[in-house]
Design a protein around this ligand. Structure first.
Ligand code: GLC
Length: 468
């Protein structure tokens, strides 16, 4: 079976969030179980494309409304990713230093049209087209409705929703950018009077998955306007929990760590990494270290961090370290925290993130929305105890110590609740024997992709047997 993943992000080529990690790992695990999964993504002007060689395998022009743009399909020469990587270069449009900006409608339409134009020319077409989030959400519609793609119509399409907050809305004035289709079908593109690529994908894809079972249920109550659509389409929707790349995220071999370790020497291994962090960020090594890694946005609860941190630091003998960037106002408020037990790195640094997973004692994830969340799984693998709001994927992966589990959960996101969870964690840390036993235990929890990769393959197989 040949599966083509089409995505805006893929690790390590271009990463903004967890979408990249999923698309960079899932195909490898699908290959291991006998499915030929490969990836198509935009060709960005970034470090990865500058430092790697590509073969030009196809070249043509696409029509975007009345304009024509040349495009190239470039295949990565190096085969170490574990799957074939095809990048679509549309000079001056897709080829930019950034992944997302305010010209996304045109850029991602160009990308999607070029991808399908190219698929039409292949001798062997994929058996499944798997698209991710709204950036590639017009593909199921185009395959089904656009006259020029009639030859692709019988290829089953799967949409995975990594985050339903963003839907790619654009005005009906731009509908002519989409290749011609029977205009009586324009309603498939529309949701509440505007073109909505995510809604179009939910309507047209053969199957819709979300990245955790709980998130699937939550979306029926809160999906930024798509609740009734998801309830209506629920028969073809299923939640499949993400996994993590077990080889990339391995504290025993991770080259970014200051000291490698496994479950047999985790206590000393973590100490070495904590020492490095505490020296670098001038924090006291003896205190329990709480960390946050991620985007500073409302979904992650970041607007409350300044208040939470001040209160938690006043009430507990702890240190807090933050790595991330996002809303400027939150960044400015965090910069005003004047406490010797708090420090931050505003920006993103993959190596530092790895050391924090390894050196921190607790990872904070007070997310208001968390479709899956990968950070809690990375932290478990590195022996760091997650302190999470029990929603979405966090609910599906973390069990509270009260219930015989291994993490700290709270059920609401406000200053009181999160601070209370931090205090519970601090108390828990005091009993060294129990705490260290738990650290060793969480490292052994298997959140690798192996299980979920198989669930996706089962889903693909079920589609091959169905006629739509
Ligand atoms: C998005 C979600 C996150 C999920 C990731 C990968 O970034 O916000 O929860 O883990 O996608 O699916």
């Amino acid at each position: 079976m040949n599966v083509l993943h089409i995505s805006a992000e893929c690790f390590p080529i271009a990463k903004v969030g967890g979408l990249a990690d999923v698309v960079g790992a899932l195909p490898k695990y699908q290959k291991e179980i006998g499915v030929n999964s490969n990836v198509v993504m935009p060709y960005y002007n970034n470090k990865f494309t500058a430092n790697n060689s590509f073969d030009l395998i196809y070249e043509n022009a696409i029509a975007l409304g009345h304009d024509y743009y040349n495009f190239k399909i470039l295949k990565l020469k190096d085969s170490t990713l574990g799957f074939d990587l095809f990048c679509i270069d549309v000079p001056n449009l897709v080829y930019k230093e950034y992944v997302y900006s305010n010209d996304d409608t045109k850029r991602f339409l160009a990308f999607q049209i070029a991808a399908l134009d190219w698929l039409l020319t292949l001798n062997e077409q994929p058996n499944i087209i798997h698209v991710h989030d709204h950036h590639t959400g017009l593909i199921p519609f185009m395959v089904q409705e656009c006259h020029k793609y009639a030859a692709l119509k019988n290829i089953p399409t799967v949409l995975t929703i990594h985050n339903a907050q963003y839907q790619g809305w654009f005005s009906h004035d731009s509908v002519n950018l989409i290749p011609p289709f029977d205009f009586s079908k324009v309603g498939l593109l529309d949701w509440k009077g505007i073109i909505n690529p995510l809604a179009a994908a939910i309507k047209c894809a053969w199957k819709v998955t979300t990245v955790s079972p709980s998130y699937m249920e939550e979306l029926k109550q809160g999906a930024n306007g798509l609740e009734s659509l998801l309830s209506h389409e629920s028969a073809k929707c299923v939640g499949i929990l993400n996994g993590i790349d077990w080889n990339v995220w391995n504290p025993e071999t991770d080259k970014m760590l200051k000291q490698n370790f496994n479950h047999t020497n985790v206590i000393t291994g973590k100490k070495g990494n904590k020492k490095y962090l505490c020296e670098k960020f001038k924090l006291a090594e003896s205190k329990p270290l709480f960390a946050f890694i991620g985007r500073l946005v409302g979904e992650k609860g970041a607007d409350l961090f300044p208040q939470i941190f001040e209160k938690a630091l006043a009430e507990n003998d702890i240190s807090i370290l933050l790595l991330g960037s996002g809303h400027k106002e939150t960044e400015a408020r965090l910069a005003n925290i004047n406490n010797k037990n708090y420090n931050s790195f505003i920006g993103y640094d993959e190596s530092l993130a790895h050391v924090i997973y390894a050196g921190a004692d607790f990872l904070l994830m007070p997310s208001r929305v968390e479709p899956c969340g990968l950070n809690q799984m990375y932290s478990l693998r590195y022996g760091t105890i997650p302190v999470v709001n029990a929603i979405g994927g966090l609910k599906d992966t973390i069990i509270d110590i009260k219930n015989d589990g291994f993490g700290i959960c709270h059920n609401t996101v406000n200053v009181e609740e999160v601070t209370h969870a931090i205090s519970r964690a601090t108390e828990y840390y005091k009993n060294k024997k129990v705490f260290q036993k738990n650290v060793t235990k969480v490292m052994k929890i298997n959140n690798s992709w192996s299980n979920s990769a198989q669930l996706y393959v089962n889903l693909y197989k079920s589609l091959q047997q169905t006629k739509k």
